[in-house]
Structure formats: structure tokens, C-alpha cells
Design a protein around this ligand. Sequence first.
Ligand code: ATP
Ligand code: MG
Length: 417
Amino acid sequence: MEKLRTVRGVHDLLPNELHNHNEVINAGLEISDKYNYSQIEIPIFEFAEVFTRPLGKSSDIVTKENYIFKDRSEDELMLRPEGTSGVVRAFLNAGLVQDVPQRFSYYGPMFRYERPQKGRLRQFKQFGIECLGLPSSMADIEVISLGNDFLCKLGLLDKINLKINTLGDFESREIFRDALVIYLNDYKSKLSRDSLKRLSVNPLRILDSKNEGDQKIVENAPNILEYLNSNSKARFDDICKGLDHLNIDYTIDNNLVRGLDYYCHTAFEFTTNELGSQGTVLAGGRYDGLSKMLGGPDIPGVGWAAGIERLAFMVQSEFVNKTDVVLIGQSEKNNFLLLPIMKKLVQNGIKTEIIYDGNLSKKFKRANKIKALYAIVLGEEEISKKVIKLKDLKIGSEEFLDLNQAIKRIKINEDLE
Ligand code: ATP
Ligand code: MG
């Protein structure tokens, strides 16, 4: 029969790779906990509207990249393409609007029907944080600082740059948008097909185009900073000041926009040159319009999401699965007696494997292969004397001990206590 495989753009995570993912996740959970963000878990699928309503007709992740399906009750559902909408929906459903600010962290798989390539998958994981209920620019600075400390904890800061921009408030953005459309209209014949489509639905996204021709056109486009009203301008200045205060390096990139309609004011990205064209490892911004789009009151929010695969690839720490003890019976009929020994070792926090099969030399080969530190050997002689043989596999010494003594010895030597 034909061997079954995974779907395109979807990967298994074997222990080695998962180890790096977990390192990223744990660093994220630890640092966000210190910033007083509490972990939340939301469903992997939702009513499609949770995403289609706020993300809108102009976003790629809802129009081109979605995994949408009807279940058996004909409900239209979507595998989540991102975390923010679900977190805000959960916040609204839990009735927390009177109890702000709320600070959340989350991680888990997201789904987008993309063209698979290095750093771009159809099922991938994000770690993210959301800060809800704080309109102040202090919250923007806080979440950027948290992102910066997260990357620092992973030892990646010297490989990563922070880019920031502002999209202004609704009023500033509308005026800028009109100016941009007037400018781009003159280049209609030269814009890429995608950008031409965006010209009417989401012209700001054209600023972010990866197409070289578009990028040339955009070079001389109007600059958002010149269209900001005084409130938006002051906000952006505050954010720059806050980052200076924290000694966080950044560059202002006025072509940086977030792809989604509900963003306003601050947009930022941490990027690297080490991952080829998929260089954005963490991206976020302010999304004051989102709560209303989900049917809630006007609740401001700011947050970010990081691509776990991309970060894990950069972390690349070595995975060593160290076994403390292997249990070896001299003959297979003694295997039964090894089970209670294993139980006791495990209860004492000792990582143990019983080697069931093969002759003694084969069993010791296996012990070597899994880098066990000790072997406990049980043969007829040991059974009759009610002891075990503890073999230190590093130096090759052997001792006859009762099990409690052996456990003590292992723990002292391995610092397991
Ligand atoms: P891009 O421009 O790379 O498509 P995006 O704007 O779609 O990014 P976001 O929605 O902001 O990305 O997601 C935040 C982060 O999640 C990205 O910076 C990236 O690290 C990661 N990410 C997004 N899509 C994918 C994917 N298909 N595969 C792996 N990681 C992804
Ligand atoms: Mg994308």
C-alpha cells in the first residue's frame, strides 16, 4: 500500500525540532509572565465571522489563505489564521470589559493556505501577547519592550532589527490614504497585479509590497508622517521617546504597514537577515477598532505575534536526551522484576529505561547509544542476595547495593535532589 504522508506545508515535529520550539515558547511564557501577562488558550476553530468580520475583505489571510469549511450542522467555521481576533472575542465573551486592563499571552498552531517555502507553512505556530483596555501609548512601549526582552532571552537580539511606524488615527489615515491613491493612480499601468487590486480595497498594503517594481514606485510616495494630525504625531513621538528611554534600537520605516483594517497608530516588526525573504520574526501593532468589529464596546488593544518556526530555526540549541539509568535483566524472565524497580526510580525523579531485548552485550550497546549514566543489572545472584548491581557506565565500576542505597548514590552523583 502507498505510504501516507503529511499535507503540503504541514510538518511533523520530531523531538529535536520540538525541543527548539519549546525553548521559544518557554522563553515567551516566562518573560510575559514577568510582565504580568497571563496565559490564555482559545479554540483552534471558530465561527468564520470571528475572522472575516474584523480582518475584512481586503486581507490576504481571509480572502486567499483561509481554511474555511462547513461542519455537519452547516455552521461556517474557520481554522484560525491568527490569534488576536480570538483572544479579543474570548475577552468579550468572558465579560471582562469592566475589568481592564487585561494582559494575555498565548501560543499554538495557526492555519493559512500559503505557498509553502522555508519559514512559510500552512500550519505554523505563533506565540503572541495582547494588552487590552489601555489607550495610552505607554502600553505600546510596554509590548515592544516585552517583544525585545523575549528576543533578548533567546539570545537573538544582535541578529534582529526593530522597525516601527505609525498609521495614525482614523482621520489621519483617511487623508493619507486619499493622497496615496492619487499618487499611485499615476502608476496604475506599472503596479503589480496584486497591488493593482489593492489600490481600491487596501492601498496602504501596497507600501508593504514585496514586488521590486512596486517598491520603486513606493519610494517616492507620500509619507504618512506628513499627514498625521497633532494627536497622532504626539503619540508617535512618545513611543520613540519611550524606546529611547529603554535603550531599544529601532529604525522608522514609513512603508511598514499591517495588513489588516483594524490597525491604527503603532505598527512594528522585528526582522532578521538570517532567514532569507521570510525575515519577519515578530510583528504587531495597535488595534483599537477590533473590539467593536466583534460586536463589543470600544476597547483599545495592542499586541504582537511571533513566528515560532522562524525563531526556533534561529535558536538551534542542541537537544540532548540524557538517560540516567537503564535496567538490565540478565535473562528475559527477570524483566518482570525490573518493573517495580523502574517505578521506584521514576518516583525518585530518575529518568529510566528498561532494556528488554537482546543478549547482555546488545543491551549494553543500547545503554551506550542512549548515553545512560548508570546500569542496574539484575541476575540470579543479585536476586538471591536481594541486591542489585549498580554499574557506573562512565568509569565502569560496579557495586552490589540494595535499591535504596543505589538510588541515593545516583541522586548524589547526578545532583537530582
Ligand atoms: P508575512 O508578510 O511574512 O506573510 P504576515 O504579515 O502575514 O507576515 P503576521 O500575520 O503578522 O504575518 O504573523 C506574525 C508572524 O507569524 C510573522 O511575522 C511570521 O513570523 C509568522 N508567520 C506568519 N505567517 C506564517 C507562515 N505561513 N508560516 C510560518 N510563520 C508565519
Ligand atoms: Mg502573510
